[in-house]
Write a protein that binds this ligand. Structure first.
Ligand code: SAM
Length: 320
């Protein structure tokens, strides 16, 4: 397949390169911003699972670049990821795991004790190709994004997080509704119709009375009463529905577009700084995974003896 093949198949990939975005996902946040005006008046924002950084570029473009040098001093954008990423103007980077409480502490420290007005998360665990497992892991990561938000978001704040609309997604909506007064699902046109990906836009954050911020994936462990409340009764809980908002643009992510006469090929804006699975590859480089063969030696005399002893036994199959 030629170099230009993906440019034809994926209009948002092509536009991202032409407009200088590091990933096509920039358009998903841009479309969310156009629909919900998420960035109006925001000076403290957190980009969770940020690498290679196209969402941080969007934050910088809207929150940092248009401001005067004095105003820029007040703007704080922090990008968190397990992987490193190339620098972006006005964005502070933190290489950390969003599932850790220490990451929440580091974010608050960067904000000098204040909390964020906006948290965005486009997080995705490494895909295994086993659909059910990938969907489950994605759900857990969303819960972790929500958990860390309960530590770092100020009252009235907003969380935007990538979700997969699959079985059990109601469980995520229920959790979101515990902490946000206004929850809806957003499908940007830059996200393929054929994909189960969508984004939960949760606004008006409010910590429920008595809730101690914790990792919600293990909340029942630390606060057994929440587990008991969830488990009480044998009736299955009704499905939870939240409003669905779609961005209707002119471009269709599922369609191929031919290349214009003045088309010029562009290289990707930023190659990843660290290769995926780098840690695993390094470990494998120093680990030997050779197995010793198992050798079975049959003693002819013993085999004959055994056959003689068992010759009258039934050959009927035995049911276990
Ligand atoms: C789809 S990419 C994000 C793309 C990014 N929003 C952009 O626009 O460039 C998903 C990212 O999630 C990160 N990630 C997954 N699990 C994480 C975790 N527990 N903590 C921090 N980052 C994580 C991965 O390292 C990966 O860079």
């Amino acid at each position: 397949m030629g170099k230009t093949s993906r440019d034809k198949r994926d209009i948002f990939y092509r536009l991202a390169k032409e407009q200088g975005w590091r990933a096509r996902s920039a358009f998903k946040l841009l479309q969310a911003e156009e629909t919900f005006h998420l960035l109006d008046g925001v000076t403290r924002a957190v980009d969770l699972c940020a690498a290679p950084g196209s969402w941080s570029q969007v934050l910088s473009k809207h929150m940092y670049e248009p401001r005067s040098p004095e105003e820029r001093e007040k703007v704080k954008i922090i990008a968190v990821d397990l992987q490193g990423m190339a620098p972006i103007d006005g964005v502070h980077q933190l290489r950390a795991d969003i599932t850790k409480e220490s990451t929440a502490e580091a974010i608050i420290e960067y904000f000098e004790g204040q909390k964020a007005q906006l948290v965005v998360s486009d997080g995705a665990p490494d895909s295994t190709g086993m659909n059910d497992f990938d969907v489950y892991m994605q759900g857990e990561l969303v819960l972790c994004a929500l958990s860390i938000s309960t530590f770092i978001l100020e009252r009235g704040g907003t969380l935007v997080a990538k979700i997969y609309r699959a079985d059990n997604v109601s469980r995520l909506y229920v959790q979101m509704q515990r902490f946000f007064k206004d929850v809806c699902v957003f499908k940007p046109s830059a996200s393929r119709n054929s994909s189960i990906e969508a984004f939960v836009v949760a606004r008006q954050f409010c910590l429920p009375e008595g809730h101690r911020p914790c990792n919600l994936t293990t909340e029942w462990h630390q606060q057994p009463e929440t587990w008991l409340v969830q488990r009480k009764g044998s009736e299955p809980k009704p499905m939870v529905h939240v409003p669905f908002v779609a961005y209707k643009g002119d471009l269709d992510a599922d369609r191929s577009y031919s290349l214009d006469e003045d088309y010029v090929y562009h290289e990707p804006v930023q190659q990843p700084l660290t290769a995926a699975y780098q840690d695993v590859q390094q470990k494998l480089g120093t680990t030997s995974v050779k197995y010793k063969p198992i050798i079975v030696i049959h003693d002819e005399e013993l085999t004959k003896e055994w056959r003689e002893e068992h010759k009258h036994e039934s050959k009927e199959p035995v049911e276990d």
